[in-house]
Ligand binder design. Structure first.
Ligand SMILES: [Zn+2]
Length: 258
Protein backbone atom coordinates (compact mmCIF):
# COMPACT_ATOMS: atom_id res chain seq x y z
CA UNK A 1 0.00 0.00 0.00
CA UNK A 2 2.74 2.42 1.00
CA UNK A 3 4.60 1.86 -2.27
CA UNK A 4 1.49 2.83 -4.25
CA UNK A 5 1.20 5.97 -2.13
CA UNK A 6 4.81 7.02 -2.82
CA UNK A 7 4.53 6.25 -6.55
CA UNK A 8 1.42 8.45 -6.68
CA UNK A 9 3.30 11.25 -4.89
CA UNK A 10 6.19 10.84 -7.37
CA UNK A 11 3.83 11.09 -10.37
CA UNK A 12 2.16 14.18 -8.87
CA UNK A 13 5.70 15.57 -8.43
CA UNK A 14 6.54 14.95 -12.11
CA UNK A 15 3.36 16.71 -13.26
CA UNK A 16 3.99 19.60 -10.85
CA UNK A 17 7.61 19.80 -12.07
CA UNK A 18 6.31 20.03 -15.63
CA UNK A 19 4.07 22.92 -14.55
CA UNK A 20 7.05 24.54 -12.77
CA UNK A 21 9.20 24.55 -15.94
CA UNK A 22 6.30 26.19 -17.77
CA UNK A 23 5.85 28.81 -15.02
CA UNK A 24 9.62 29.51 -14.86
CA UNK A 25 9.66 30.09 -18.63
CA UNK A 26 6.45 32.11 -18.96
CA UNK A 27 6.06 34.21 -15.78
CA UNK A 28 9.02 36.55 -16.54
CA UNK A 29 7.55 37.04 -20.06
CA UNK A 30 4.13 37.90 -18.55
CA UNK A 31 2.53 35.05 -20.48
CA UNK A 32 -0.57 33.17 -19.34
CA UNK A 33 0.38 30.01 -17.44
CA UNK A 34 -2.98 28.25 -17.34
CA UNK A 35 -4.88 28.93 -20.55
CA UNK A 36 -2.28 29.02 -23.29
CA UNK A 37 -1.25 25.70 -24.85
CA UNK A 38 2.40 24.63 -24.49
CA UNK A 39 4.59 25.31 -27.50
CA UNK A 40 8.13 24.60 -28.71
CA UNK A 41 10.31 27.61 -27.81
CA UNK A 42 12.17 27.26 -31.13
CA UNK A 43 9.55 26.69 -33.88
CA UNK A 44 6.54 27.85 -31.75
CA UNK A 45 4.59 24.77 -32.90
CA UNK A 46 1.82 23.95 -30.41
CA UNK A 47 2.49 20.68 -28.57
CA UNK A 48 0.02 17.83 -28.89
CA UNK A 49 -1.40 15.96 -25.92
CA UNK A 50 1.19 13.20 -26.48
CA UNK A 51 4.12 15.61 -26.36
CA UNK A 52 3.34 16.82 -22.88
CA UNK A 53 3.91 13.77 -20.66
CA UNK A 54 6.64 14.61 -18.17
CA UNK A 55 9.90 12.69 -18.73
CA UNK A 56 8.23 10.00 -20.93
CA UNK A 57 7.72 12.30 -23.94
CA UNK A 58 11.24 13.68 -23.56
CA UNK A 59 12.79 10.17 -23.62
CA UNK A 60 10.56 8.90 -26.47
CA UNK A 61 11.35 11.93 -28.64
CA UNK A 62 15.08 11.62 -27.89
CA UNK A 63 15.21 15.06 -26.28
CA UNK A 64 14.18 16.77 -29.54
CA UNK A 65 11.14 18.73 -30.71
CA UNK A 66 8.84 16.45 -32.80
CA UNK A 67 8.31 19.18 -35.41
CA UNK A 68 11.61 21.02 -35.90
CA UNK A 69 14.02 18.50 -34.30
CA UNK A 70 15.47 21.31 -32.20
CA UNK A 71 17.23 19.98 -29.08
CA UNK A 72 15.22 20.53 -25.89
CA UNK A 73 17.41 21.70 -23.00
CA UNK A 74 17.84 18.90 -20.43
CA UNK A 75 17.10 21.38 -17.63
CA UNK A 76 13.37 20.80 -18.22
CA UNK A 77 13.58 17.07 -17.53
CA UNK A 78 15.99 17.72 -14.60
CA UNK A 79 13.47 20.09 -12.93
CA UNK A 80 10.66 17.55 -13.48
CA UNK A 81 12.67 14.67 -11.97
CA UNK A 82 13.97 16.74 -9.05
CA UNK A 83 10.43 17.91 -8.22
CA UNK A 84 9.27 14.27 -8.19
CA UNK A 85 12.15 13.23 -5.92
CA UNK A 86 11.69 16.20 -3.54
CA UNK A 87 7.93 15.44 -3.28
CA UNK A 88 8.66 11.80 -2.34
CA UNK A 89 11.37 12.82 0.18
CA UNK A 90 8.98 15.30 1.81
CA UNK A 91 6.27 12.60 2.05
CA UNK A 92 8.81 10.16 3.53
CA UNK A 93 9.93 12.79 6.05
CA UNK A 94 6.43 12.77 7.58
CA UNK A 95 5.51 9.18 6.69
CA UNK A 96 4.94 7.86 10.21
CA UNK A 97 2.33 10.48 10.79
CA UNK A 98 0.26 10.07 7.64
CA UNK A 99 -2.45 8.17 9.45
CA UNK A 100 -4.20 11.30 10.68
CA UNK A 101 -6.09 13.91 8.69
CA UNK A 102 -4.08 16.82 10.10
CA UNK A 103 -0.85 15.39 8.72
CA UNK A 104 -2.37 14.84 5.30
CA UNK A 105 -3.31 18.55 5.38
CA UNK A 106 0.30 19.33 6.36
CA UNK A 107 1.56 17.15 3.48
CA UNK A 108 -0.60 19.04 0.96
CA UNK A 109 0.42 22.46 2.36
CA UNK A 110 4.09 21.41 2.31
CA UNK A 111 3.92 20.29 -1.33
CA UNK A 112 2.18 23.55 -2.34
CA UNK A 113 4.86 25.53 -0.45
CA UNK A 114 7.73 23.56 -2.08
CA UNK A 115 6.18 24.09 -5.55
CA UNK A 116 6.31 27.87 -5.01
CA UNK A 117 9.96 27.68 -3.89
CA UNK A 118 10.92 25.68 -7.01
CA UNK A 119 9.34 28.30 -9.30
CA UNK A 120 10.97 31.21 -7.39
CA UNK A 121 14.41 29.54 -7.51
CA UNK A 122 14.11 28.72 -11.22
CA UNK A 123 13.14 32.27 -12.22
CA UNK A 124 15.89 33.76 -10.03
CA UNK A 125 18.51 31.42 -11.52
CA UNK A 126 17.52 32.30 -15.09
CA UNK A 127 16.56 35.97 -14.88
CA UNK A 128 17.99 37.20 -11.57
CA UNK A 129 14.62 38.38 -10.29
CA UNK A 130 11.90 37.30 -7.89
CA UNK A 131 8.39 37.07 -9.31
CA UNK A 132 5.92 38.92 -7.09
CA UNK A 133 2.98 36.79 -8.22
CA UNK A 134 4.68 33.68 -6.83
CA UNK A 135 5.49 35.54 -3.58
CA UNK A 136 1.79 36.37 -3.29
CA UNK A 137 0.95 32.70 -3.92
CA UNK A 138 3.32 31.69 -1.08
CA UNK A 139 1.64 34.28 1.13
CA UNK A 140 -1.68 32.48 0.53
CA UNK A 141 -0.10 29.10 1.34
CA UNK A 142 1.33 30.59 4.56
CA UNK A 143 -2.09 32.05 5.47
CA UNK A 144 -3.64 28.58 5.03
CA UNK A 145 -0.81 27.15 7.15
CA UNK A 146 -1.49 29.66 9.96
CA UNK A 147 -5.20 28.75 9.89
CA UNK A 148 -4.16 25.07 10.08
CA UNK A 149 -1.97 25.81 13.15
CA UNK A 150 -4.84 27.75 14.72
CA UNK A 151 -7.25 24.83 14.26
CA UNK A 152 -4.67 22.41 15.70
CA UNK A 153 -4.72 24.72 18.71
CA UNK A 154 -1.42 23.75 20.30
CA UNK A 155 0.66 26.53 18.75
CA UNK A 156 0.73 30.20 19.59
CA UNK A 157 -0.22 31.83 16.29
CA UNK A 158 0.02 35.49 17.33
CA UNK A 159 3.59 35.94 16.15
CA UNK A 160 2.58 34.48 12.77
CA UNK A 161 -0.22 37.01 12.51
CA UNK A 162 2.33 39.76 13.17
CA UNK A 163 4.57 38.29 10.44
CA UNK A 164 1.60 38.29 8.08
CA UNK A 165 0.84 41.97 8.74
CA UNK A 166 4.50 42.93 8.18
CA UNK A 167 4.49 41.03 4.87
CA UNK A 168 1.25 42.61 3.68
CA UNK A 169 2.56 46.08 4.59
CA UNK A 170 5.83 45.43 2.73
CA UNK A 171 4.03 44.02 -0.30
CA UNK A 172 1.57 46.92 -0.51
CA UNK A 173 4.41 49.41 -0.02
CA UNK A 174 6.42 47.64 -2.71
CA UNK A 175 3.69 47.54 -5.33
CA UNK A 176 2.14 50.97 -4.67
CA UNK A 177 5.08 53.24 -3.92
CA UNK A 178 8.48 51.73 -4.66
CA UNK A 179 7.53 50.49 -8.14
CA UNK A 180 7.50 54.05 -9.40
CA UNK A 181 11.15 54.56 -8.52
CA UNK A 182 12.67 51.09 -8.74
CA UNK A 183 11.89 48.63 -11.48
CA UNK A 184 12.82 45.54 -9.54
CA UNK A 185 13.18 45.75 -5.81
CA UNK A 186 15.23 42.60 -5.24
CA UNK A 187 16.34 43.29 -1.64
CA UNK A 188 12.79 43.81 -0.40
CA UNK A 189 11.63 40.65 -2.15
CA UNK A 190 14.39 38.68 -0.41
CA UNK A 191 13.12 40.06 2.94
CA UNK A 192 9.57 38.97 2.05
CA UNK A 193 10.77 35.52 0.99
CA UNK A 194 12.72 35.21 4.27
CA UNK A 195 9.65 36.01 6.41
CA UNK A 196 7.57 33.52 4.40
CA UNK A 197 10.20 30.85 5.06
CA UNK A 198 10.45 31.72 8.77
CA UNK A 199 6.67 31.25 9.02
CA UNK A 200 6.64 27.83 7.39
CA UNK A 201 9.77 26.20 8.84
CA UNK A 202 10.15 28.16 12.10
CA UNK A 203 12.75 30.74 13.12
CA UNK A 204 15.56 28.31 14.01
CA UNK A 205 15.23 26.32 10.79
CA UNK A 206 15.17 29.57 8.85
CA UNK A 207 18.44 30.70 10.48
CA UNK A 208 20.02 27.37 9.43
CA UNK A 209 18.58 27.91 5.91
CA UNK A 210 20.13 31.39 5.70
CA UNK A 211 23.54 30.18 6.96
CA UNK A 212 23.67 27.37 4.37
CA UNK A 213 22.62 29.80 1.61
CA UNK A 214 25.27 32.37 2.62
CA UNK A 215 27.95 29.64 2.70
CA UNK A 216 26.87 28.42 -0.76
CA UNK A 217 27.02 31.98 -2.15
CA UNK A 218 30.51 32.56 -0.68
CA UNK A 219 31.76 29.28 -2.23
CA UNK A 220 30.15 30.22 -5.56
CA UNK A 221 31.86 33.63 -5.56
CA UNK A 222 35.26 32.09 -4.71
CA UNK A 223 34.87 29.57 -7.54
CA UNK A 224 33.99 32.39 -9.96
CA UNK A 225 37.03 34.36 -8.80
CA UNK A 226 39.44 31.43 -9.21
CA UNK A 227 38.16 30.36 -12.61
CA UNK A 228 38.12 34.05 -13.65
CA UNK A 229 34.64 33.75 -15.11
CA UNK A 230 32.58 36.85 -15.52
CA UNK A 231 30.48 36.78 -12.37
CA UNK A 232 26.90 37.91 -12.41
CA UNK A 233 25.08 38.94 -9.24
CA UNK A 234 24.52 35.82 -7.09
CA UNK A 235 20.92 34.55 -7.27
CA UNK A 236 20.18 34.85 -3.53
CA UNK A 237 16.56 33.64 -3.76
CA UNK A 238 17.73 30.55 -5.68
CA UNK A 239 20.19 29.55 -2.93
CA UNK A 240 17.67 30.37 -0.16
CA UNK A 241 14.94 28.23 -1.76
CA UNK A 242 17.13 25.18 -2.34
CA UNK A 243 18.63 25.23 1.16
CA UNK A 244 15.16 25.82 2.64
CA UNK A 245 13.73 22.71 0.92
CA UNK A 246 16.65 20.61 2.22
CA UNK A 247 16.35 22.01 5.77
CA UNK A 248 12.56 21.49 5.76
CA UNK A 249 12.89 17.79 4.87
CA UNK A 250 15.75 17.11 7.33
CA UNK A 251 13.99 19.03 10.13
CA UNK A 252 10.82 17.00 9.56
CA UNK A 253 12.71 13.71 9.78
CA UNK A 254 14.29 14.72 13.10
CA UNK A 255 11.06 16.16 14.48
CA UNK A 256 8.99 13.07 13.77
CA UNK A 257 11.68 10.54 14.70
CA UNK A 258 12.73 12.14 18.00
ZN1 LIG B 1 10.16 22.87 -32.44
Amino acid sequence: MEIIFYITIFLIGLLTGSFCTLAIHRLPLHENITHKRSYCPNCKHKLSFWDMFPVVSYVLLGGKCRYCKHRIAPKYIIIELLTGIVFVLFAISICNMLKSIENIVYLILGLLYITGLIIISGIDKEKGLVNEGVLLYELLVISAYIIYLYILGNVNIYRYVIYLFIMLALLINDTLYLKRKLKNNYALQIVLLSIIMACFVGSINFIITALIAILAIVIRNIVYKFTKQKSKKAPIAYFLCISNIIVLIIANIFYWVV
